[in-house]
Ligand binder design. Structure first.
Ligand SMILES: C[S@@+](CC[C@H](N)C(=O)[O-])C[C@H]1O[C@@H](n2cnc3c(N)ncnc32)[C@H](O)[C@@H]1O
Length: 406
């Protein structure tokens, strides 16, 4: 049996750069999470869920809004006292994150910084002195990432998970399947579905898009590393669009494609989404912006590829089939590909990230993540056939490659 000192010694110095590959890092993270869950006693878990997580998120959002992280990094990062952080932000030191004045030195000092330090989100190097972690740098340097703590968490995730148990109790624990009559409407007290609520709230729509961009940037193996995109370019017809990203949000997946294939012609990538989502967007010239509702016939015909990332998991089968059927009608048999970039729920030990996404879909749209068999059944009921499922071991998500049935 290892002593606590031996264990702590073995873990010291470990960080995200300690591994030979991302796959190894994720394996180690899973093992550490498992070990931690075994070391926890029940009360530790309750405490973490019901006190630590909400208190920490409240502090993080406050510190982001006060400009603490961005100004800290802009002025070189490094070690700072709470008083120095207060000075940077111009916020009165009596503000709750940094009560450091002599006359307040009654144990109240740096309350919010202390809370996030307790979560190892900043590192205490001496009394009332902290240095930023890579997480602080990331929030300071990437506004979209910081915005995930804003309206995505505050307008979408937090309230919908708060009401989900009561909604399910009220409906007799029936599996919700209607995006227009699910927990979202119960939570909001209105008839709007998630996307209509976002359309009516520009700040929430903007930060929802930021969350999608961040999810795509940080959580996933890029689709161009899952699917051999060079085959799309090699066999493409010059007068046709190369890739249409359907429900593509800010165009981050098309940008990844463009970076991989920099010499493709201007306008050969097409970004489609709802008009409210696209209206404030600025994007490079290779990508042309087409507002389009995917429940209507697809106006771009015969493209080399129609790509969808995390779109179909938003919709239960009847609606998903409508989206797919419109795409099938626009595809040229034998030339056009449909590429569905989504998670597959494994029947044994599904990934925690996938099960979290599944419950998220249930809470906001009465939708779900699907197993391989469910994906095949859905695709093949829509005038399409599955050619291959690209499912590398290291990737959370797969690419389902399909073509139109003749
Ligand atoms: C979960 S997000 C995924 C966005 C993006 N593909 C990504 O992976 O980051 C779903 C996207 O579908 C879009 N959407 C929802 N309803 C739509 C509709 N009827 N027509 C077109 N796009 C729609 C949303 O605006 C949103 O950008």
């Amino acid at each position: 049996m290892a002593s606590a000192d031996q264990l702590i010694g073995a873990l010291e110095g470990l960080d995200a750069n300690s591994f030979v590959s991302e796959a190894e890092r994720v394996r180690a993270m899973d093992a550490l999470t498992l070990a931690l869950s075994k070391v926890h006693k029940p009360w530790d878990i309750v405490w973490q869920h019901c006190w630590v997580n909400p208190a920490t998120n409240a502090c993080v959002k406050t510190l982001i809004d006060a400009g603490v992280f961005s100004k800290w990094i802009k002025t070189g990062g490094g070690e700072k006292t709470c008083a120095e952080l207060a000075e940077l932000t111009g916020i009165d030191v009596t503000y709750p994150f940094c009560l450091t004045l002599e006359e307040h030195s009654d144990g109240d000092a740096g309350r919010m910084i202390r809370q996030i330090s307790g979560q190892n989100l900043v590192i205490e190097t001496a009394e009332d002195t902290y240095k930023p972690t890579p997480w602080v740098h990331a929030l300071a340097e990437d506004q979209a990432l910081a915005n995930v703590y804003g309206e995505f968490y505050g307008f979408v995730n937090s309230p919908m998970f708060r009401t989900l148990p009561a909604y399910l109790k009220k409906t007799g624990y029936k599996v919700p399947t209607n995006p227009n009559d699910c927990n979202w409407q119960f939570m909001r007290g209105s008839d709007e579905n998630l996307f209509q609520s976002l359309g009516a709230n520009p700040a929430a729509a903007r930060e929802f898009n930021d969350a999608m961009e961040s999810h795509s940037k940080h959580n996933l193996t890029p689709w161009v590393d899952v699917y051999p995109t060079e085959t799309l370019v090699k066999e493409s017809k010059p007068d046709r669009p190369l890739v249409v990203d359907v429900g593509g949000s800010k165009g981050h997946d098309l940008t990844k494609f463009h970076l991989r294939h920099p010499n493709i012609p201007e306008g050969s990538l097409v970004l489609q989404d709802l008009p409210d989502i696209l209206k404030e967007l600025t994007i490079d010239d290779t990508i042309s912006i087409h507002p389009h509702d995917f429940f209507k016939p697809q106006p771009v015909k015969g493209a080399r590829a129609y790509f969808m990332h995390n779109v179909l998991h938003d919709w239960e089968d009847t609606k998903a089939k409508q989206i797919l059927s419109h795409l099938a009608e626009a595809m040229e048999p034998g030339y056009s590909k449909l590429l569905i970039h989504e998670s597959l729920v494994s029947s044994v030990k599904p990934l925690a990230r996938v099960t979290t996404s599944d419950i998220t879909m249930m809470a906001c749209l009465g939708a779900k993540e699907r197993t391989e068999a469910e994906w095949r059944a859905l695709v093949e009921s829509s005038g399409l056939k599955v050619l291959k499922i690209w499912r590398p071991r290291h990737s959370v998500e797969s690419v389902i490659e399909a073509e139109r049935v003749l």
